[in-house]
Ligand binder design. Sequence first.
Ligand SMILES: [Zn+2]
Ligand SMILES: [Zn+2]
Length: 314
Amino acid sequence: MAVLPHHKCTIRSSQQVPTCRLPFQSCHTRVTCSATTSTKLKPTSNPDQPVIEPRLAISSTPVIPTITTNSPPLLNDSTLQSTWSHRAWVATGCSTVLISLAKSIVAAASCHIWLEPMLAGYVGYILADLGSGVYHWGIDNYGDESTPVFGNQIEAFQGHHKWPWTITRRQFANNLHALARAITFTVLPIDILCNDSIIHGFVCMCAGCIMFSQQFHAWAHGTKSKLPPLVVALQDVGVLVSRSQHAAHHRPPYNNNYCIVSGVWNEFLDKQKVFEALEMILFFKLGVRPRSWSEPSSDWTEETEIPSSQVAVH
Ligand SMILES: [Zn+2]
Ligand SMILES: [Zn+2]
């Protein structure tokens, strides 16, 4: 019986899922199995009765969770918690967006034009989805944690591909603060310098949707029964990116469905192979290869989360 100090998992036999003594709800392990790629025939005492090996055979060696230095964050991990700095940036970002909305309404009321600002807002919502897709594609495929400005986001998204479920445990401000900071620096000058109802109609919707795209993304990873009914309804009618559409992003070939606001652009971008064309252009012009060309990469291989219901907590 082996007890691994890091995860405190007790390995009982090769046929068992490790029993965990974690104080948390679940245990994240990579379960190692040996798989045969084709069906093999074994000679037996009766040559007319071949024995067919199972395609997926449990290894005879003990099942040992792979301990990597790159472990998923635990439930109470500080990297998932909001800090006062995160909350302050989200509050500032929301304030700049609300000021833009207020200025749009005030200017529209004074000029008695309502249709144009509302149409501008709709265009902002549609383009926010496209913007979220382009940004997501960029940080999924290029750069690393040492990249200036975007390094933290790139690292966070690589971690998200490996442990997608952790986004549902990330606290609200922790999830949104990076985009809220970018929105603050972009929208604040527009709030100060501009009084046009149409421009503010566009800006408040586009900036608001981009800032909240990470929340929409988190909801896309949620379980239907645990999500607010209004969120499920908005996902079902396509106002917010649907759970099924975003799930495809986390399945091979891992190079589609990048948009995470409404997902309205995903079908067009993927069918027209827009990102694949951009990847080719960047490769031939700059010689850089996107990460999606090196599949399957361990960075994109999703580890198995053992549901808490299957984990025997001692
Ligand atoms: Zn991604
Ligand atoms: Zn995701």
